[in-house]
Design a protein around this ligand. Structure first.
Ligand code: NAP
Ligand code: 3JM
Length: 339
């Protein structure tokens, strides 16, 4: 382990990249040089890091000279084009896009679930960060799977607009103002009005009728658990919330777990905070999870319609644990154990 590392953040001006820089600072990641990269549009602007203004540079093939770790969150096509260049220049890439996630020689990692998989980074020099909705779900499911084996998961999501990026955050704000002033809403990012609405489409539709986001949850969960026998089906929905994804998760287990046993397992699970006091109307809320690190779990109850079923309500900050924090946690393990 070196004393400090040169870290590139690709997409540093975006919703995820901004949070990455903040998380690196908050967690006192040993950064020797921070190199914020973005498109020509925002080259020359500045990001704040540890009290300094650091100039954003335009991403090019030569951006990675001297870089130890490159955190990518500028979209799949940018990763496809530049992550191999970064790895070729000697950096270890932690990629936040879906581009490499399902490639067999690229580890897909959630530190609370499968940190051992990081060892596989040597094959390509790339580690993939899962989708935000997958990350928070598998953190909550891991202790249940270890104890009672999950057979099947049925999940419905309620996803915040920040998962789409900074333009979508502005769109929800703008449409809310327009509608409350009796004006027509302007739709630029989503195919329909998102303010005061729910859209059962996240990412593009696939030939099987599911969206790509739904199939990310199915396929990524199996890969992270290293278990293709776990059956998953998902409905992913965009809701007019700024930060924090919520998920209604129905689980069928091989063995019986009471709600109380599940609650105790979750209370001891790394990265999980149980908020579950119905008598006081206490359960996880997106507005409470925003800006926080844990995955919050509540509404823990037995599914009385099947033999070994449980229902959970799982909430986390999609930009932090769902993206930036998970990526920095991976980088922390990398430097502690591998670099
Ligand atoms: P965003 O707010 O729209 O930011 C996009 C960032 O990418 C900006 O910094 C932008 O720079 C940069 N960028 C765009 N095109 C570029 C190009 N051709 N070359 C260099 N930089 C470019 O989006 P976001 O929410 O931060 O998400 C960014 C990506 O992260 C997504 O596309 C997705 O793949 C991934 N993501 C992953 C998760 C997860 O679950 N792990 C969650 C959310 C997002 P400019 O300022 O120059 O435009
Ligand atoms: C979250 O490539 C793109 O345009 C980005 C699409 C995107 C993704 C993705 O597929 O990488 C937007 C928001 C994700 C994700 O984490 O899967």
């Amino acid at each position: 382990m070196k004393r400090s590392y040169s870290v590139a953040v690709v997409g540093a001006t975006g919703a995820v990249g901004t949070e990455m820089v903040r998380v690196l600072e908050e967690r006192e990641f040993p950064v020797a040089e921070l190199r914020p990269l973005a498109s020509a549009r925002s080259a020359g602007t500045e990001v704040r890091f540890r009290g300094d203004e650091v100039r954003v540079r335009e991403l090019t093939d030569r951006s990675f000279e001297g870089i130890d770790i490159a955190l990518f969150s500028a979209g799949g096509s940018v990763s496809a084009r530049f992550a191999p260049a970064a790895a070729g220049a000697g950096a270890v890439v932690v990629d936040n896009t879906s581009h490499f996630r399902m490639e067999p020689d690229v580890p897909l990692v959630v530190p609370e679930v499968n940190p051992h998989a990081i060892a596989g980074y040597k094959a390509r020099g790339i580690i993939a960060n899962p989708n935000c909705s997958t990350i928070q779900m598998v953190v909550a499911l891991k202790p249940l799977h270890d104890r009672a084996r999950i057979r099947r998961v049925v999940v419905s999501t309620y996803q915040a607009v920040s998962g789409t990026g900074k333009r979508a955050i502005e769109e929800l704000e703008c449409q809310s103002r327009e509608l409350l002033s009796f004006r027509e809403p302007t739709c630029q990012v989503y195919p329909h009005q998102i303010a005061f609405n729910c859209l059962p489409q996240i990412d593009v539709f696939l030939p099987n009728g599911y969206t790509k986001e739904e199939m990310k949850m199915v396929n990524e969960t199996k890969k992270i658990f290293e278990d293709d026998s776990v059956r998953v089906t998902a409905t992913t929905v965009r809701v007019p919330v700024f930060y924090g994804h919520s998920e209604a998760v129905n689980v069928e287990l091989e063995e019986k777990l009471t709600a109380q046993e599940a609650r105790e397992l979750l209370e001891d699970a790394p990265g999980v905070v149980v908020v579950d006091d119905p008598a006081e109307s206490l359960y996880p809320l997106a507005v409470d999870a925003a800006g926080k690190d844990p995955v919050y779990v509540g509404r823990i109850r037995e599914d009385e319609s099947v033999e070994n079923g449980l229902n959970l309500w799982v909430v986390a900050d999609n930009v932090r644990k769902g993206a930036a924090l998970n990526a920095v946690q991976i980088a922390e393990i990398l430097i502690r154990e591998y670099l």
